[in-house]
Ligand binder design. Structure first.
Ligand code: DQA
Length: 149
């Protein structure tokens, strides 16, 4: 069973992009920590970043047939715009956790609506890169408790 971590648009720029909101870690730093954390618990974790909505949607569809048990997603700007990515997650019915590095509720009003939060198992925002690690800790706990299908 595998865990899929999806990162939306502009997250490839982490490290240089608005560090006051998003911190200094690069996306690769974050991904490597998550891969190690999952591996230590005996699970495979795959990451994908894309600036293209259709690439993320098609990866969600593929998750139906590749043993993905959980998705952790930071939809980035698509959080506030993408009915299509929301519908993909609703369609595959794979449980997911929504993560944001910044506290979107303390920022511009347009960041306060998410097309994902009502479908998510839970939402973590404002804790920086550790938000992903906390989400993964929760996923790993649930996977350890659920016997292999
Ligand atoms: C973000 C918050 C979004 O509003 C923004 O468009 C992003 C990143 C975050 O991680 O804080 O690109 O999802």
């Amino acid at each position: 069973r595998r865990i899929l971590v999806l990162h939306g648009p502009n997250l490839n720029l982490l490290g240089l992009r608005e560090p006051q909101h998003y911190g200094r870690d690069t996306l690769d730093d974050i991904n490597q920590r998550l891969i190690q954390q999952a591996k230590a618990a005996g699970f495979t974790l795959e990451t994908l970043q894309s600036n293209a909505e259709h690439v993320l949607i098609e990866r969600v569809h593929a998750a139906l047939n590749d043993g993905t048990a959980f998705i952790i997603i930071n939809p980035a700007a698509f959080t506030h715009t993408s009915v299509a990515l929301r519908d993909a997650l609703a369609g595959v019915k794979i449980p997911f956790i929504e993560v944001h590095l910044s506290n979107v509720h303390a920022r511009e009003p347009f960041r306060q609506h998410s097309y994902f939060s009502d479908l998510a198992q839970g939402v973590i925002c404002g804790l920086g890169a550790s938000g992903y690690e906390l989400a993964l800790a929760h996923v790993l706990m649930q996977m350890a408790q659920t016997p292999n299908p």
